[in-house]
Design a protein around this ligand. Structure first.
Ligand SMILES: Cc1cc2nc3c(=O)[nH]c(=O)nc-3n(C[C@H](O)[C@H](O)[C@H](O)COP(=O)(O)OP(=O)(O)OC[C@H]3O[C@@H](n4cnc5c(N)ncnc54)[C@H](O)[C@@H]3O)c2cc1C
Length: 250
């Protein structure tokens, strides 16, 4: 399967997994780019979508250099008065961090982050959308959590990713594009293999990956694989409507 076909499938190892090597400088984007060009010249097919991601990384680093305020502030000032919540300790934000929002896709992804220190790109987009839109929490709160947790943390890619999802960045997804985590999961994890890999509750014999989550989190969280799944902290329809109403009043 090509990179283009596999990159969005949550349960596959369909991407290069090079982000931490790039973040630590163990391989340079130039090396990857030139190896890619050489391979294309020798007839390799389907490499362009992958090389495009390397170009996105380059774009993020240029943005950070020329507009360093993007690391902390909205890239577009027009967002400065948007009524985002910035309480990092609220019970809703804690549920988001702990993977107990009651939204299957979000919880699976946040647990993947606890266990591996990484998260699938599509999952990053969906958890960021749920936080900034359904929960109406400032993208900075999520950006900082990712900075603490990701082993591939890259200030430029992270800030650009968060601001792209939130709508406040350059070339951003429009705010009214609110990902629906349920339909995203149906589309990109049709057999629920990704969900089952990371969420133990409700499974008779959960896999080790899902159980590892309970060893990764602080004991004070008092979570157990025997718990029942929580109800959604923000229902998808209500959260979407509230976010869109706030956006049209902006
Ligand atoms: C909210 C959010 C936060 C993110 N935070 C980070 C981060 O802290 N560090 C990080 O490296 N990436 C981040 N990304 C981008 C992307 O999710 C990861 O680079 C990717 O998941 C890493 O997997 P891979 O190496 O297998 O990627 P591949 O798909 O194999 O791509 C190859 C390389 O291209 C670059 N790349 C891929 N997608 C993007 C993108 N959307 N933007 C910029 N560069 C990209 C990465 O360096 C990646 O290693 C973020 C994306 C979002 C939506």
């Amino acid at each position: 399967m090509t990179y283009k076909a596999a990159r969005d499938r949550l349960a596959e190892n369909g991407t290069s997994d090079l982000s931490d090597n790039l973040a630590y400088g163990e391989i340079s984007p130039r090396t990857i780019w030139h190896l890619g060009q050489k391979a294309i010249a020798s007839g390799a097919q389907g490499l362009e979508p992958f090389l495009r991601q390397i170009a996105w990384r380059d774009f993020a680093h240029h943005l950070m250099y020329h507009t360093p305020h993007m690391l902390q502030e909205n890239w577009r000032e027009g967002w400065d008065n948007f009524p985002w919540n910035e309480d990092t300790e609220s019970s809703a934000v804690m549920a988001w961090k702990m993977g107990t929002t009651g939204i299957d896709f979000v919880d699976a992804a946040m647990r993947e982050l606890w266990v591996t220190g990484k998260m699938h790109n599509r999952a990053r987009m969906v958890v960021a959308s749920y936080l900034t839109k359904h929960m109406m929490v400032h993208w900075r709160v999520g950006e900082q959590w990712f900075a603490d947790q990701l082993i591939d943390y890259d200030p430029a890619n992270n800030a650009m990713g968060w601001q792209w999802v939130a709508g406040s960045g350059p070339d951003a997804a429009p705010y009214f594009r609110v990902f629906n985590p349920d339909t995203q999961l149906e589309k990109f994890d049709p057999k629920r293999a990704y969900f089952s890999r990371w969420v133990a509750e409700g499974q008779v014999e959960p896999p080790q990956t899902a159980l590892d989550f309970f060893d990764a989190i602080p004991k004070q969280a008092q979570l157990s694989s025997q718990d029942t799944r929580p109800k959604p902290i923000v229902r998808l329809k209500e959260g979407r409507e509230r976010a869109l109403a706030a956006y049209s009043a902006k």
